[in-house]
Design a protein around this ligand. Structure first.
Ligand code: NAD
Ligand code: TYD
Length: 351
């Protein structure tokens, strides 16, 4: 049994599905079901006794204590967070509440639970904290990629809240001995991603003949990690990672945003020739305040220490992703309800 937080979101849901398919072991999935949580992501597990869904907040310490004592998990895999940079700019409070205070609440309860475990279970227990490369700040064009020893320099409220949570996790290992592992990954893409992030938003808009809003000059660079590769990386870190360590997880696929959007439009042209060319929908819009220029990940440590490397290349991963969204129009339509529409007006209305 493992306890997953945020398992109804994009990466969490992919992880729960992947975990049950590969490990076959049960999961307790604690998720508050914010705008980003979607139980439809887990519809295939509806009648599967190995998946126990609990709607709740990581800040509810009574609930967490009760879940830990009832289910006696051998690990906590912590995904729950507010995750979108643009939302952190318009409303940072929730990011502090969930990402910082929520992680603290979870750590406190994990510490109490772990301290009381008997010897073998205590040695095997892991608290795996899923974090981001954005904690390291922004790179210049010729700077070396982020490694685990790169100093933290978060620039957005989102990145700052994740950096704070990483520091708490580190301190709980250093001070109390809690067997924590932190993973810092690059931009994920793949099925089930809420259409507020670059790739699913562009697919959604291209499908509906809407403008494709590229921030600034479109030359900001991100490293793209296929979500299935990320899940495999987390499994490797859980199985073989050393307590107290951090591991960077990257896709080895640095691209600027304009390249990503143009490649995506070319795939759409092929799969939906009736509405081609989709690149005509590209529109440059006002830049994001404090927009980080470049992220890049050096994933050598997890490769040599844990034997993990990304299997997907960007062209194939993107094609698979576009296909998934085209094959699941109802999934996106169901999301395109009140909260998401309101966000589109708030974020893009004045750009
Ligand atoms: P997401 O926004 O799709 O999902 C977050 C999930 O957490 C949702 O299901 C939401 O309901 C849940 N949640 C939010 N607040 C909660 C609370 N207080 N209590 C319980 N559940 C709560 O996020 P994601 O993209 O799946 O990201 C998962 C994790 O990975 C996050 O910690 C994020 O910082 C990290 N990460 C994401 C990316 C990326 O590209 N998406 C990259 C690097 C790191
Ligand atoms: P995003 O998916 O929000 O991830 P992050 O900000 O965490 O990297 O954005 C990825 C890149 O795409 C980032 O440089 C901002 C840019 N972007 C756009 O140009 N247009 C958009 O509508 C969005 C959502 C992002």
């Amino acid at each position: 049994m493992i306890l997953v937080t945020g398992g109804a979101g994009f990466i969490g849901a992919n992880f729960v599905l992947d975990w049950i398919a590969t490990e076959g072991a049960p999961v307790v999935n604690l998720d508050k079901l914010t705008y980003a949580g979607n139980l439809e992501n887990l519809a295939s597990l509806k009648d599967d006794a190995r998946h126990c869904f609990v709607k709740g907040d990581i800040n509810d310490r009574t609930l967490i204590a009760q879940l830990l004592s009832t289910h006696q998990p051998r690990a906590i895999v912590h995904f729950a967070a507010e995750s979108h940079v643009d939302r952190s700019i318009s409303g940072p409070g929730e990011f502090v509440q969930t990402n910082v205070v929520g992680t603290f609440s979870l750590l406190e309860e994990a510490r109490a639970y772990w301290s009381a475990l008997a010897a073998p279970a205590k040695a095997q227990f892991r608290f795996l904290h899923v974090s981001t490369d954005e904690v390291y700040g922004s790179l210049g064009p010729d700077d070396p990629a982020f490694s685990e020893t790169t100093p933290y320099a978060p620039n957005s409220p989102y990145a700052a809240s994740k950096a704070a949570s990483d520091h708490l996790v580190r301190a709980y290992h250093h001070t109390y001995g809690v067997p924590t592992i932190t993973t810092n990954c690059s931009n994920n893409y793949g099925p089930l991603q809420f259409p507020e992030k670059l790739i699913p938003l562009m697919i959604f808009n291209a499908l509906h003949g809407k403008p494709l809003p590229v921030y600034g000059d479109g030359l900001n660079v991100r490293d793209w990690l296929y979500v299935g590769d990320h899940c495999a990386g987390i499994r490797a870190a859980l199985r073989r990672g050393r307590p107290g360590e951090t591991y960077n997880i990257g896709g080895n696929s640095e691209k600027n945003n304009l390249d990503v959007v143009n490649t995506l439009c070319a795939v759409m042209d092929e799969l939906r020739p009736d509405t081609a060319p989709h690149a005509k929908l590209i529109q440059f819009v006002t830049d994001r305040p404090g927009h980080d220029r470049r992220y890049a990940i050096d994933a050598e440590k997890i490769r040599w220490e844990l034997g993990w490397a990304p299997a997907e290349n960007f062209a194939a991963g993107l094609r698979k992703t576009v296909r998934w969204y085209l094959d699941h129009p109802q999934w996106t339509e169901n999301i395109n309800s009140g909260a998401y529409r309101a966000w589109l007006d708030l974020n893009y209305g004045s750009r």
